[in-house]
Design a binder for this molecule. Structure first.
Ligand code: NAD
Length: 485
């Protein structure tokens, strides 16, 4: 087992790890806190505008270098980065659990999955084909080629510190782009470990750059900057809309991976035990801080009582604690803001008449632990039914007809993920056709593999972070027509 200690985290600009340059008297920084103990475990360097200028210059130079590296060479370097990540997985996972809170087993899965994502994009980078279009006249030659968009500015959150970053950085690298990534200030060290793997694998200086600081200052500076050609953001819908508006004002290409409020529908003919088992597992992964987490449980009235009893029992047996300890199923929330949000959503529901089946409170007063919570008998205006909870809260509602449940699934402006449990192919087909969502998963939770599209519609954003679609975001299409003289 790894005994790695938590490192201080620096900026990575032009191939060098460094402190932020001076803001007034001293380099700016912030403490990094372990959410399980509330102890300060490290210090994070903050970028000033001067540092961002350095990162921009480095990324511009990095792009000029990297776009000329043959795809086959890029592939070899990326595959090496994946192997380095695998070799270091035990240390990185421990560091991730210390800063983010998730159980060590989940951190390990995330780190190893990141290596798979790099491998997949490395392969995909070798398969960027153009095409030849039949001309309308003799002596004309028409081709379509794909070129990297250029310098990418990426913004990633704290819930999957490596995974959110590796999708963006690897697709950009595979396409031949350079990138400046503003990583998650709450959980910076595991994200930094990813960049160290790219560096040690031989990605040239300036091609990948990692900065931290005040998120709004960094996005306001990078998005309009003429060197930046592409914006990609993962985070809340509120912030996503602000950044997309800014990008639009400067005609920048954008990918937005935003919030969701996924319906999880258990139809009358579902395998009940299977649904309880899988939904209780999926719901509390990363303490519910997952954009595709099932969050609006809708259960057919004939199964409702049995489902609520079975689900509540499964939840009550769940061990909550420090993610480094053996047997812990759910760790703390990432910061005190998430505790405040869980308390406010629970109090609102209960005050409006909901029944608290289990949970509902913070656990202890040290560490950001919150009980896995099940709520029933909710009125339609309960905030939890309308706002993304991003935490371990489960509202369960009964439904009577397929029409009603499809209408409920589509009622909110979100459209990221939707789940259904049914043994009927016809119901599964109907659900997947009529539910407005970027991703649909039936009788299991099969999302987020490297090779499958990952993204939302409506207020959940646009663009994809997986599959061949993810590469599209980092290439321009160029049409060339030549008349032979
Ligand atoms: P938040 O909106 O303050 O921050 C979410 C992320 O966006 C963070 O990484 C933050 O650094 C970044 N961010 C915030 N303002 C920014 C700006 N102006 N420019 C650039 N980046 C900016 O919320 P929070 O309290 O950290 O997290 C809670 C909410 O965020 C959740 O309710 C959830 O909706 C959303 N969230 C979504 C995801 C996801 O995977 N889609 C991940 C994390 C958080």
């Amino acid at each position: 087992m790894s005994t790695a200690s938590y490192p201080d985290v620096l900026l990575f600009i032009d191939g060098v790890w460094r402190e932020g340059s001076r803001h007034g008297g001293s380099p700016a920084s912030q403490p990094i806190v372990d959410p399980a103990t509330e102890e300060v475990i490290g210090t994070l360097a903050h970028a000033s505008i001067a540092d961002l200028d350095d990162a921009l210059a480095a990324a511009e130079k990095g792009f000029a270098t990297w776009k000329r590296v043959p795809a086959h060479e890029r592939y070899k370097i990326m595959r090496k980065a994946a192997d380095i990540l695998r070799e270091r997985a035990e240390d990185i996972s421990r560091i991730m659990t210390m800063e983010q809170g998730k159980p060590l087993a989940e951190a390990r899965v995330e780190t190893l999955a990141a290596a798979d994502i790099i491998d997949w994009f490395a392969e995909e980078g070798r398969r960027q084909y153009g095409r030849v279009i039949a001309p309308r006249a003799e002596n004309i030659h028409q081709v379509v080629v794909r070129e990297p968009v250029g310098v990418v500015a990426a913004f990633t959150p704290w819930n999957f510190p490596i995974n959110q970053a590796v999708r963006k950085a690897s697709a950009a690298l595979a396409a031949g782009c350079s990138i400046i990534l503003k990583g998650p200030e709450d959980t910076p060290a595991s994200c930094a470990a990813l960049f160290k793997a790219y560096q040690d694998a031989g990605v040239p200086a300036g091609v990948v750059n990692l900065v931290f600081g005040v998120p709004s200052e960094i996005s306001q500076y990078l998005i309009p900057h003429p060197i930046v050609k592409k914006i990609t953001f993962t985070g809340s819908t509120v912030v996503g809309k602000q950044l997309a508006a800014l990008a639009g004002a400067h005609m920048k290409r954008v990918t937005m991976e935003l919030g969701g409020h996924a319906p999880a529908v258990v139809f009358e003919d579902a395998d009940l035990d299977h649904a309880v088992k899988l939904l209780s597992g999926a719901k509390f992964r990363n303490a519910g801080q997952v954009c595709v987490s099932p969050t609006r449980f809708l259960v057919h009235e004939n199964l409702y009582d049995k489902f609520v009893d079975g689900f509540t029992e499964a939840v009550k047996g769940m061990k909550v604690g420090n993610g480094l300890e053996d047997g812990v199923r759910m760790g703390p929330l990432v910061n005190s803001r998430r505790i405040d949000a869980m308390e406010a959503l629970t109090a609102d529901a209960v005050q409006k008449g909901a029944t608290l089946r289990t949970g509902g409170s913070r656990i202890g007063n040290k560490g950001y632990f919150f009980e896995p919570t099940v709520l029933t008998d909710l009125p339609p205006d309960a905030r939890i039914l309308n706002e993304e909870p991003f935490g371990p809260l489960v509202p369960i509602q009964p439904f009577t007809s397929t029409e009603a449940v499809i209408a409920e699934a589509n009622r909110l402006p979100y459209g990221l993920a939707a789940y259904a449990y049914t043994t009927s192919s016809a119901t599964a087909e109907d659900f997947s056709r009529r539910v407005e969502s970027g991703m649909i998963s039936i009788n299991h939770h099969g999302l987020a593999l490297p090779e499958v599209p990952f993204g939302g519609i409506k207020d959940s954003g646009y663009g994809s972070e997986g599959g061949t679609e993810a590469m599209e975001a980092y290439v321009n299409t160029k049409f060339v027509t030549r008349f032979a003289v």
